[in-house]
Design a protein around this ligand. Structure first.
Ligand SMILES: [Zn+2]
Length: 377
């Protein structure tokens, strides 16, 4: 708190007059002599103050002869009077013309010099506030009927399209402006399952499991219908490209099957080792029906560990995204994904999201959707 008393009205008025006079002097262009500066110079023949700084001149007046000083004070008073009159005129004009005030504010915001007179650039009903509201509303797809109806119908591809494509959908979800999208819904192609995100219900089982056409299934394991169609197309394309045959071992695994799978790993290497390469029941991507463990085949099929160095593995790394698949667990990302690299484990997220994943050079689904890392349970 200040200890100074409130300034009296007279002191305030004097201070304001001094401020206006100083400001008016400072406004005078220094290099080119105006009529006012020529008159001032003529009034002070015994001294020749430099014209480079009017403010400096005013401040140094205390050292001038009494007559000169009086003339200069009179000149200053005149400047102050002009400034006060101008200020009053501006204030009157502002209070009497709201359109002009609004127009001036708009001009100032845009740093554009515009004539004071003339009609306002924007009509009353079109000023910036409603425009900004419209921009904010379009930022969330959850307010868009086309998006919410596609979502409600269960058509993931249509919903992503309505959101503006894979990257727009991803950005909306990752930034938190799309609360109507659940990354926990196991029916969705964008579901994220990891050591921090079990299924709900924990024994979820998809209802559209099918066997993919034209793909060698070594364990007769089924895949969700959209992923099965994409897998068939991808395997055909790899073969057509000369990369060799791609078969697969395990795709959908039920909650109870996963219990056995995980228990088997624990029996061999203990819990710590098992958790780095196998999910506990209720936490496996295989339970979604959207994950496939591929193997390279050439006559007979090799093992999961042979994928990374195979021609099929190389082709998949470059092209799987074109069919909606990502390599879910890659080298060096165990601290985020929770698993050692698995070149064989492909996860279907749909072609639009896989394209965004590929083009954004993402390496984990967690980072893709802005989720926390999930290294442990
Ligand atoms: Zn797998």
């Amino acid at each position: 708190m200040s200890h100074d008393a409130e300034p009296s009205p007279r002191r305030a008025a004097r201070a304001e007059a001094e401020r206006l006079a100083t400001a008016a002097l400072a406004q005078i262009p220094a290099p080119s002599p105006t009529r006012r500066t020529l008159r001032e110079t003529a009034a002070t023949p015994s001294s020749s103050p430099g014209r480079s700084s009017r403010l400096a001149t005013a401040l140094s007046m205390s050292g001038l002869a009494p007559v000169t000083r009086r003339r200069r004070l009179a000149a200053l008073a005149g400047v102050a009077l002009v400034a006060v009159v101008c200020a009053s005129a501006i204030a009157t004009a502002s209070s009497g013309a709201r359109h002009d005030t609004a127009a001036s504010a708009t001009v100032a915001d845009n740093s554009v010099v515009a004539p004071v007179s003339g009609p306002p650039a924007v009509p009353d009903e079109g000023l910036p506030v409603p425009q900004q509201a419209a921009v904010a509303a379009s930022a969330t797809p959850c307010d868009d009927p086309a998006f919410t109806s596609a979502l409600a119908s269960g058509d993931d591809a249509a919903a992503i399209s309505a959101a503006g494509g894979g990257n727009a959908f991803r950005a909306a979800v990752a930034s938190g402006v799309a609360p109507c999208v659940s990354l926990s819904d196991p029916h969705r192609e964008w579901v994220v399952v990891n050591k921090q995100r079990p299924y709900d219900p924990v024994d979820y089982r998809p209802d559209d499991l099918v066997m993919p056409d034209g793909v060698r299934a070594l364990e007769q394991s089924a895949v969700r219908a959209p992923a099965a169609t994409a897998l068939s197309a991808m395997v055909r394309a790899a073969s057509d490209a000369g990369a060799g045959e791609i078969g697969y071992l395990s795709a959908f695994r039920s909650y109870t099957t996963q219990q056995s799978t995980y228990a088997g790993r624990v029996a061999v290497g203990g819990v710590e080792a098992a958790d780095r390469e196998s999910a506990r029941a209720g936490y496996s991507e295989h339970q979604s029906g959207l994950a496939v463990d591929i193997v390279p085949c050439d006559g007979s099929c090799a093992t999961l560990d042979d994928v990374a160095a195979s021609s099929q593995g190389a082709w998949v790394r470059d092209h799987a995204w074109e069919y909606g698949f990502i390599t879910r667990y890659v080298e060096g990302r165990e601290s985020v994904s929770g698993y050692e690299p698995e070149a064989w484990h492909l996860r279907y997220i749909g072609p639009e999201l896989a394209r965004a994943y590929h083009e954004g050079a993402y390496t984990t689904l967690e980072e893709f959707f802005g989720l926390p890392a999930a290294p442990t349970y």
